[in-house]
Design a protein around this ligand. Sequence first.
Ligand SMILES: *[C@@H]1O[C@H](CO)[C@@H](O)[C@H](O)[C@H]1NC(C)=O
Ligand SMILES: *[C@@H]1O[C@H](CO)[C@@H](O)[C@H](O)[C@H]1NC(C)=O
Ligand SMILES: *[C@@H]1O[C@H](CO)[C@@H](O)[C@H](O)[C@H]1NC(C)=O
Ligand SMILES: *[C@@H]1O[C@H](CO)[C@@H](O)[C@H](O)[C@H]1NC(C)=O
Length: 477
Amino acid sequence: MEAARTLVLLGAVLLGAAGASAREVCLGTDMKLTLPSSLDNHYETLKLLYTDCQVVHGNLEITHLHGNPDLSFLQGIVEVQGYVLVAHVSVSLLPLDNLRIIRGSQLYDASYALAVLDNTLGEQGLRTLRLRSLTEILLGVVYIWGNPQLCFPDPQSIDWRDTLDEQNDHARRHRLQPRASECEQLADNTLKHVQLVPLHVGKGAGEKRPRTVRPACRHFNDSGVCKENCPPPTIYDPVTFQTKPNPNKKFNFGATCVKSCPYNYLAMEVACTLVCPRANQEVLIAHPDGDEMQKCEKCEGDCPKMCYGLGMDNLGVMDNHGVTMVTSANVEQFNKCKKIFGSLAFLPQSFEGDPVTNTSGLSLEQLSSFKRLEELTGYLYIDAWPEEWSNLSVFENLQVIRGRMLYKGVFSLAIQNLHVRSLGLRSLRSVSGGLVLVHNNSQLCYTNALPWDGLLHPTQGPHRIVSHNQGAQLCGG
Ligand SMILES: *[C@@H]1O[C@H](CO)[C@@H](O)[C@H](O)[C@H]1NC(C)=O
Ligand SMILES: *[C@@H]1O[C@H](CO)[C@@H](O)[C@H](O)[C@H]1NC(C)=O
Ligand SMILES: *[C@@H]1O[C@H](CO)[C@@H](O)[C@H](O)[C@H]1NC(C)=O
Ligand SMILES: *[C@@H]1O[C@H](CO)[C@@H](O)[C@H](O)[C@H]1NC(C)=O
């Protein structure tokens, strides 16, 4: 039966632009070589993530693309704060034409700012990597290997000094694949006035590098002016010999200065953040115009007791080495929580139990402790659920998923591979931060019963893909 499988992908997209700034910002991802969901929807996922994005606050990971897809959505990207990874891609051309700077604030495999790996699939493979605006890599190594179809100039002939910051002491450890013999005939003069431009030299590619490339700001961009710091919260008044509040103060938001923190970010003294630091708590400030803004505020004395989810340790800082799923061994800590700081993930092992530690799988009774949950600051990822439970009604009171942490840097809410017949998320009214995925739930009907358009914040979409959906007739109307 053709429609035997419900396959729905509903997408929401990216964080909105920074206040009045027209430069669209997106978060980037943290999936490395893995697929966050499946190959079926990977292209759509990347397209949702990067359409209209100019500044990637995290990593740009372009992976698992094949055939002849339209990749023009990559052309707007100007700046990447983390690393750029291009791997397991067999399309012939990647148009990163406007990428100017890779900051390397995170590095792939702890070393690489730009990694171009294994982009080949039989006869097909990456031939042209257009990076004709790239002028700076502030930190990290360049690694280009395993791309037999990529015409790459003789590594000795490339002058990296302009591209790589002088203080970037990784610079001597690049690993560059040898020049393919069929690329020999490329004229050497294409290589002379380039920094990373040789990378875009594909077979027969004749593009000229633009004459002037305006470099990106090294530190902060304050409305077009490059500065070392954003305008501080206080200034010194030479008349009174005192500091006073600065009416023109701005917050650091990535490498830009903003008047107020964008939607979903928390304001700290000088910067916008997604997680309050230790000994701080989140405080909600209601605006008369209905907008709500949140900030981090120092607790007076001890902070009130909070419930922490996955991805946080109990000090309130990120803990990437921690637990990866809810199990019967840790479910107690969520008992009676109304708000969880962090994320929740359910994987097959959550329900299988573990004979080694003599723990049983999660029971419905244990999960009923989530009935009180109203707010999650991270993501909700459900990749397994016992067949006999027909819905997710243990989350029936969940109202808000903030998505300040995303599953693999992609999803705020993902529900896939389940046998549920309905979602039962009847209180859910807001999902922010990342994409929403409802995928491969073979019995799931009424996916449209949730008001998706209202659920997703207006600046973040509503971008939604519904594909291979269960036919309404099979849902009994
Ligand atoms: C600074 O940001 C403005 C938008 O606010 C943008 O137009 C400009 O290109 C940026 N300048 C640099 C040097 O990155
Ligand atoms: C495992 O736990 C059950 C009850 O939770 C107990 O009856 C049993 O003896 C335990 N087995 C081992 C090997 O510890
Ligand atoms: C949802 O699932 C629970 C537990 O399996 C069940 O008791 C309830 O009847 C279900 N609700 C609907 C509307 O199917
Ligand atoms: C779809 O979900 C089922 C479980 O419901 C799983 O066995 C199957 O592998 C999934 N298919 C894909 C393509 O992920």
